[in-house]
Structures are given as C-alpha cells and as structure tokens.
Design a protein around this ligand. Structure first.
Ligand SMILES: [Zn+2]
Length: 294
C-alpha cells in the first residue's frame, strides 16, 4: 500500500534550469505575474477556500521574491516576509484554520512555499562570515558576496516510527501534547547516521526499547519549519519500557482494537486520542491497521 501524505503532491514544475538563468527569470517576472497572497506566512484564502494570487507588482517594496515554479506553464512567485516564524507549529492556530480545507495540491504548494520563505526570512546573514547574504537562483540559494559562500534551503530529516511488538504498537505523549493525545515516537537524524540507525537510537533513548528490521513506509514534507518526516516501521524484541522523562510524559503499547477505537471515537476514545489528519503519524496508524488486518 502506498501512502500519499498531506503536504505532498504539488503539481509544480520546479523548472530548475530557469532558476539559474537570470535572463529567462527576469522575463517571467512581469508585473502581472502571479504572487501568492500571504500575510506574513499565513495564507489568505478566497471565499472558495482556495489559495489566492495577487500580482507581482503588488509585492511590498524591497521584498525578496522567490520563484516557486511553473504551474501549467505559468510562473508562480511569493514574497519573503520581513520576519520568519520561530515558534513551534502547534502554536499557529490561524495557520491551521486556514489550511484545514485546502485541496491536497494547494496544501503541498503552500507548504513548500512556506518552508522556503521562512528560510529566507531567518537566514539573511552568512553562517560563515556573518555578513548579509542575497537571494540567488530564484530563491533556491542565498549567496554571500563578502566571502563567496553559497547557502541552500534547509530540509531537516526526522525519523518517525511505529514500533510493533506482538500485535501492539508503541505510542508516546510529550507533555506539550493536548489532552490524551498519543503519537508515534520521532526524532531528528543526526550527522553520521542512517535512517535505520536513527530509528533504533531514538526508540532506545526515548523508550528504552531495542528494535530490529526497520523498514520504510512513506515520507512527508512538514513545513513547520522544514522537516522531511521519514516514516518507518520496526519490531521490538521486548515490550519493557524505560522512559526518558525529558522527552516523553508517557508511552504505552496499544492493541489493534484500541487503535481502531481511537479513530472511531476520537476525543471520546477510552484509550487515547489519535494524531490529527495532517500529521503523518495519523496515516501511519491507518496504514498499520490496513496492513495488519487482524
Ligand atoms: Zn560570508
């Protein structure tokens, strides 16, 4: 079963050859070209609950403009805000409300644009020499004119894993999670690690469980601010838990029946409240139910 995750599935031609061709790019940047309508990083939707487009000449004076790509041959642009968004995703209720009903391809387009724009807003200075950097290649690079360093938009790999033991899955809750919400364990891949090694390390650090047979399920670009969620499945040899209290408030093994009940009853569930549908963990659990049909 292949899993298509929220924030995936944009229909843009990213048109890489145009990014580096100043003449072609300048030709596309006409005053009436389409500019994504944003307030800061929050999308401003129309009455049809779709993304809205202004004209490139409406961009704030002096704003850095990025080239998102071509949609059915038409160039799309977005202007970087003066400030990025350093706060965690779950604090952004206005953003969640705006994107909740976007069609899948527009959600993906917005997510990619958001990550890129936020990166520009928060990486205006060279990490090598500290001098200001300038936008390059249509916004897919920043150059330092002082030391010559080139900087590229971040994508930070994060493993998120369903660990299984004798028909039960391990889910945990962070103290910041609302109510009785539980989700799959997750953590950043560190330098020098494979995905499989990161899965095994994170599960052992957070829950004290050794895992084997790590396999890939699906991935998801997560634009708060720029993670690539890499969903994996693994088996545990033992179900004894030793929790890292700094990472997890609680973790438990849940049966297939409990996961089904959680999806059916949501907040009224007796076992736990499942992750919301925009999160890849939601789809991982549904995948697990479908591939382990009892
Ligand atoms: Zn520099």
């Amino acid at each position: 079963m292949s899993l298509v995750t929220p924030f995936a599935g944009h229909r843009l031609d990213r048109a890489d050859p145009i990014r580096g061709d100043a003449t072609r790019l300048a030709d596309l940047m006409r005053p009436n070209a389409r500019l994504l309508r944003l307030e800061g990083l929050i999308p401003r939707l129309g009455l049809d609950q779709r993304l809205q487009w202004d004209r490139l000449c409406d961009a704030p004076a002096g704003a850095e403009v990025v080239f998102l790509g071509l949609l059915e041959g038409e160039p799309l642009f977005a202007a970087a805000p003066t400030e990025g968004d350093p706060d965690p995703a779950y604090t952004r209720r206005e953003t969640w409300a705006a994107i909740a009903d976007l069609p899948a391809d527009e959600l993906a387009l917005y997510g990619g644009a958001r990550s890129l724009l936020d990166w520009h807003a928060r990486h205006r200075f060279c990490a090598n020499c500290g001098r200001p950097t300038v936008l390059a290649k249509g916004g897919w690079q920043r150059d330092c004119l002082a030391c010559g360093a080139a900087h590229f938009p971040r994508t930070d790999p994060v493993t998120i894993m369903l660990v299984e033991h004798r028909g039960r899955v391990l889910l945990g809750r962070n103290a910041r999670f609302p109510g009785r919400s539980y989700s799959a364990l997750a953590g950043f891949v560190e330098p020098g690690e494979t995905v499989e090694e990161a899965v095994a390390r994170e599960v052992f650090e957070e829950a004290g469980v050794r895992v084997r047979d790590v396999s890939y399920i699906a991935s998801q670009p997560w634009p708060f601010p720029s993670q690539l969620m890499i969903a994996c499945h693994a088996y545990a040899d033992d179900d004894a838990l030793t929790l890292d209290a700094a990472e997890l408030e609680d973790a438990q093994w849940f049966t297939r029946g409990q996961v089904i009940e959680a999806f059916e009853k949501g907040q009224e569930s007796t076992s736990f409240v499942p992750p919301f549908p925009l999160a890849i963990a939601h789809h991982m659990l549904r995948w697990w139910l479908e591939t382990n049909d009892g």
